[in-house]
Write a protein that binds this ligand. Structure first.
Ligand code: BV8
Length: 229
């Protein structure tokens, strides 16, 4: 990639689809089982904490049954070999980028394998369930742990770092996202404002395809390794 030095890559649920993780808005999507308002808002957690904890407990447990796919592995290879700045901004809460070996990853919507203690405000690694009122491993207080997930109406993680990376980016690549949720869906506009080339790779054109200089349609498992090569 001639005269490209700094790269920002945004990934969404579509990059994990070929690993067997449900996307949100597909026919059998995650939200199909639930209304967003019932499981992915702070109000839902206040209204029915058991339902919300169970929704995330199931997805956390499911992580053990899936593996990274060729798209995750290609991005990890690029991350390890790329001499310039590179940041993988993921909307995904799974750990497949890291398990493929990627290092420069930012989970702007949180992570299933982390818990947020409302007693000490700490974030702690977590792999089991959260629905039995377990105690925080930092402060010891029990029954105050919630999923470390950014719900609708909550502020995404790392926005300053993301904006700084976008302002320096020569290339912005969006992979496997419908462009339905902000501010993630607006990152391409910041990248263009900063003068970056913009490329979208998605199974079908997203809601934001018109913002991209180039749009490739197809499965990430095929498009991403071809692009990285
Ligand atoms: C915020 C964690 C303020 C939960 C998630 C009106 C207008 C504009 C915005 C708003 C509005 N009203 C409210 C808002 C704000 C709201 C929002 O955007 N709402 C939408 C619904 C309109 N946003 C928020 O509340 C955010 N916070 O705005 O705070 C603020 C903002 C900036 C700075 C300071 C303060 C917080 C949003 C975070 C919500 N949490 N996830 C969980 O995971 O359970 S969102 C969730 O959906 C995902 O994390 C992801 O980010 C988002 C979109 O999902 P996708 O990843 O795109 O998945 P999807 O299924 O939609 O699409 C999959 C795509 O893959 C498809 O296109 C498909 O074709 C493709 N695909 C499928 N298979 C493949 C494939 N592609 C390639 N290969 C394949 N094999």
């Amino acid at each position: 990639m001639k005269d490209i030095r700094n790269i920002v890559i945004l990934t969404g649920a579509g990059i994990s689809a070929e690993s067997g993780l449900a996307t949100f808005r597909g026919p059998e999507g995650l939200w199909e089982g639930h209304r967003v308002e019932d499981v992915a808002t702070p109000e839902a957690f206040v209204r029915d904490p058991a339902l919300v904890q169970k929704f995330y407990d199931e997805r956390r447990a499911n992580l053990r049954l899936v593996e990274p796919n060729g798209a995750h592995r290609a991005l990890a290879r690029l991350d390890s070999e790329w001499p310039g700045d590179l940041l993988i901004v993921t909307q995904n809460v799974d750990d497949l980028h890291e398990r493929a070996g990627a290092k420069r990853v930012l989970h702007m919507h949180g992570e299933l394998k982390s818990a947020w203690c409302l007693a000490c405000d700490g974030r702690i690694p977590w792999v089991g369930t959260l629905s039995e009122g377990q105690a925080c491993t930092d402060c010891g207080v029990a029954g105050r742990l919630r999923p470390d997930i950014v719900w609708f109406g909550e502020i995404p993680y790392g926005m300053d770092r993301i904006d700084r990376a976008l302002m320096r980016a020569d290339l912005f690549v969006s992979i496997g996202t419908s462009g339905a949720v902000y501010p993630a869906a607006g990152l391409v506009q910041t990248a263009r404002y900063a003068g970056a080339r913009t490329l979208e790779m998605n199974l079908e054109p997203s809601l934001g395809s018109h913002f991209f200089h180039e749009s490739r349609t197809g499965p990430a498992g095929a498009l991403v390794p071809d692009w990285v090569e």
